[in-house]
Design a protein. Structure first.
Lengths: 258, 258
């Protein structure tokens, strides 16, 4: 008699509209977290308590197009059925669109080699009622040249502690930004940032700084000096959460089972 | 001494996200109508009770990019200031982006010569968390050829009573569709309908019928026969409201005060 069922490691890829949620990570004082809703749905599906690991702890109001989570289960539901089975158990703002069985050592957060965030800015004269949940409304003129100059300064491997939320306790603040693109798409400006990891509030602090550079309140040289000196106070403010979206999490090519 | 202040006729153009609202028109049992919110904001701005006329009575959950309203006021606020002044008095889902002074005989509804609605269908495999408030999620395959054939049948001047909500009491059910376009835009299908006027639920009934045609449940010939016979029951269902949006209302060129 086989007493221990085989325990599979399942990886899910999901999108969510983070408006109205208190962020990804489970919290004691609210049920409105993405993790809570997911674990609840997975619990109802498997009839077991499920604890999952998320790749990125998106903040309150931040969205995702490609968040990744993993969890262990002995449930025998075929892997391709998970997204359909979860559809009716999750609120409409959370959509799991991919499920894969992965090797037992796969961990959504620790196995990740790169993450990509986008930040959307709506720079028309009036806010768009269809985009305002997902964009920062910023009607002012922005000078593109100094913004692009600043991107060149930020690209690559640097100590980004000047872009970390003040008081955050991470020891190693060196990160590598492998892609940093600023695009104009009609009334939208979109910043895409790909890095091996991010400090707390790093993208939103980069965006707030770029907006100040675009307004002429900071020069690219001042940004460089503040980065070298590690001075958070010499940079721009933390941009609000609604423009931010976790677009993709990347893993080594060999992580998929099979 | 001048006792009667000059009474101006003001035309506003506005966009709204109709999710969570009970439609445009004021109702006794709810404060969640666009008209109520607008009249309340205008009342606070002018310190007078304002009654406005809307061009289109959009239903619960239906959106607008170019709804038009008008009202009379003796307030002396310069016309170009109205959109800015209303911004802080309206919920974020309602954005007034244009104000004009118009001749006293202008009426948002009766002066209109054409209205354009769009209906957005999201036909990817999974719903989009960023578009689901504004699109109908419809993951099935649609045959485009019979849909386009049906558009040709509907274009022009016809008695559209087969496309009106059952029980609606309008006497004249003849309308002229001057433009009817079906477009594929990535994962989206967008129907654009321009007509001199619309019967109640007419666009949503056209969409429900086109979806059935695209699925092969109705042929273009059957649609034509049902239209000629005026048989609502022989056509497709009423498509849900969230995909619908009042895009534009047109007026004769001489309506602007000059």
């Amino acid at each position: 008699m086989k007493l221990v069922k085989e325990c599979r490691n399942i990886k899910l890829t999901l999108a969510y509209d983070g408006t109205g949620y208190s962020g990804f990570q489970r919290q004691l004082n609210t049920k409105m977290t993405i993790q809570e809703k997911l674990e609840e749905a997975l619990g109802r599906l498997t009839k077991k308590e499920i604890t999952l690991h998320g790749a990125g702890r998106t903040d309150a109001g931040v969205h995702a197009l490609g968040q990744v989570v993993n969890f262990r289960t002995s449930a025998s539901i075929p892997v391709e059925r998970w997204p359909y089975a979860l559809r009716g158990l999750l609120p409409p703002e959370i959509v799991v669109y991919k499920a894969e069985e992965v090797p037992k050592e796969f961990h959504a957060r620790y196995t990740a080699v790169a993450k990509t965030y986008i930040y959307r800015i709506w720079s028309a004269r009036w806010p768009s009622v269809f985009h305002q949940r997902y964009t920062l409304f910023y009607p002012g003129e922005l000078q593109e040249d100094p913004i692009r100059e600043t991107l060149e300064i930020l690209k690559g491997t640097h100590d980004f502690r000047a872009f970390a939320a003040q008081g955050s306790a991470v020891r190693n603040t060196v990160r590598t930004i492998s892609a940093l693109v600023w695009e104009e798409k009609g009334d939208e400006r979109v910043l895409t940032v790909r890095a091996d990891g991010f400090l707390y509030h790093m993208v939103r602090n980069i965006v707030g700084t770029l907006l100040w550079v675009g307004e002429g309140r900071l020069t690219p040289e001042q940004v460089q000096a503040a980065m070298v000196a590690g001075q958070r106070k010499d940079l721009g403010p933390t941009a609000p959460p609604m423009g931010l979206c976790l677009k993709e999490v990347e893993y080594p090519p060999n992580h998929a089972k099979g």
